[in-house]
Design a protein around this ligand. Structure first.
Ligand code: PAF
Length: 285
């Protein structure tokens, strides 16, 4: 695996390739990231991963400084998973001057759910993804990039970005990887104590319960939606969680589904804080 830091080193490394298969990450890699690499790699002629903790997508009170940085372990995992080129820019390589031009996703998609509780988050994500796409795919007529369904809203924002800017990049969606107990894999799981790790399963259980309730109510779901979502949030709160949202949405645009929309087009999403750790999860119904 070749490790490159600068844009010109990356361009040099990808000079003779036709179709990069790319997985952007912020490091602290787990099975979810490696599954994305395995998904993307056969679709291109070179497997590229990036590790870059993107300051632009963190609010001032969030964990940018303490975000786990596990360089040696990440390199070993990527190499073993078949990564050919690792792009690990320093902050000054990706942001040589203050990034005053930013990509602003559609607020109807980006200011709800995660965007409501983390204002500006998707501007930071869309801006860095656009820069990473430029870095990896410039000079290539085609490419493929993989994102996890664990960050469902991020995946939808990136799909819209690629569509509206007509980027010649195919976006692959990787299934959420879970521990045998059902906990969605996330770099932030490392913040959980042993007891919290057990309790953390309750978020996915609450989401499954909400999905089952929505399914069983079918067309009468929308009129009871708010009360039922609130009751599942209350249940988590009673166990000591601080829920931000638990909600049923339409997959394509993450808006509230109408009475006659088929449940097969729904996704249930949730975010809640357990102790100091904010967790997110979702299931396609
Ligand atoms: O999902 C992540 O790890 C990040 O949001 C991403 C896509 C690498 C952008 O920084």
């Amino acid at each position: 695996m070749q490790i490159v830091r600068t844009l010109s080193e990356l361009r040099q490394a990808l000079r003779a390739t036709e179709k990069p298969a790319f997985v952007p990450t912020m490091g602290n890699l787990h099975e979810g990231h490696l599954a994305l690499l395995r998904l993307a790699k056969p679709q291109g002629d070179v497997a590229v991963a990036s590790i870059f903790v993107n300051r632009l997508q963190f609010l001032p009170h969030e964990d940018f400084d303490s975000y786990p940085r596990t360089w040696e372990a990440d390199c070993a995992k990527l190499e073993a998973a078949g990564c050919d080129v690792l792009f690990a820019p320093r902050e000054t390589d990706l942001y040589p001057e203050p990034q005053t031009f930013k990509v602003h996703p559609d607020p109807r998609m980006a200011d709800i759910l995660e965007g409501q509780f983390r204002p500006g988050f998707f501007i930071g994500v869309a801006t860095v993804v656009m820069k990473l796409f430029q870095a990896v795919f410039a000079g290539h007529a085609q490419g493929v990039a993989a994102f996890g369904k664990k960050d469902y809203q991020q995946l939808m924002v990136i799909r819209q970005l690629v569509r509206q800017f007509a980027l010649p990049i195919q976006i692959l969606a990787g299934e959420t990887q879970r521990t045998p107990e059902g906990l969605a894999m996330s770099s932030r799981n490392g913040y959980l104590s042993e007891a919290e790790r057990v309790e953390a399963l309750q978020l996915s259980l609450a989401l499954r319960g909400l999905a089952q309730t929505a399914l069983s109510l079918g067309p009468s779901w929308p009129e009871r939606q708010q009360a039922l979502e609130q009751s599942f949030m209350n249940q988590l709160q009673a166990r000591g969680w601080q829920p931000d949202y638990l909600t049923v949405r339409r997959r394509a645009d993450l808006q509230v589904p109408g009475a006659h929309e088929p449940p097969q087009s729904w996704v249930v999403l949730g975010a809640a804080k357990l102790g100091q750790t904010r967790l997110i999860d979702n299931f396609e119904i």
